[in-house]
Design a protein around this ligand. Sequence first.
Ligand SMILES: [Zn+2]
Length: 190
Amino acid sequence: MKLQHIFSTYSYQGNNGLAGIKYCSHCGEPYELREESGKMRPVCPRCGFIYYKNPSPGVSVLLVENGQVLLCKRGPGNFQSGKWCLPCGFMEFDEDYLMAARREVKEETGLDVVLQNIINVTYNFLSSQVHSLVIVLTAQIIGGTLSPGDDIEAVKWYPLQGPLPEMAFAADAMIIEEYRDEKLAEIPVD
Ligand SMILES: [Zn+2]
């Protein structure tokens, strides 16, 4: 498997990813920037809480039927609104990645799926605030009715051969292309 790393869209500099993180989430005291474990981090001078800014784990699902891939158009108010992506989203704290993938597909497309394979793990560093680590899965549709939901404006099948609509994430376009060209290895999950 050739892992795809998308890390160039946003050039991260210094601590600007910490903009807007001003007050301790435990006691409300203004943070001070201090060096902790080799980096400058917001530290609460009152209660000692240290704010560690970490990437967010997410899932993305490639659904292919009859040579077509299912894409979602991101609704108003969403990051990259109006552009298209694979059904995707962030994991909830009480979910594993398989539960998250099944839930996101259901919420965004109305379809029930059985997950099949991990085909990639990507990361998207899209802004100072958005750094996601995404497990990409394939799945088979077993039920439901295709209809857009959960902040999705439209769901539509597109030929794997393209042309694809304007994509929200470079990683999605690359994964579709590599899947089409049979360049991705598959690791079974369920
Ligand atoms: Zn505090």
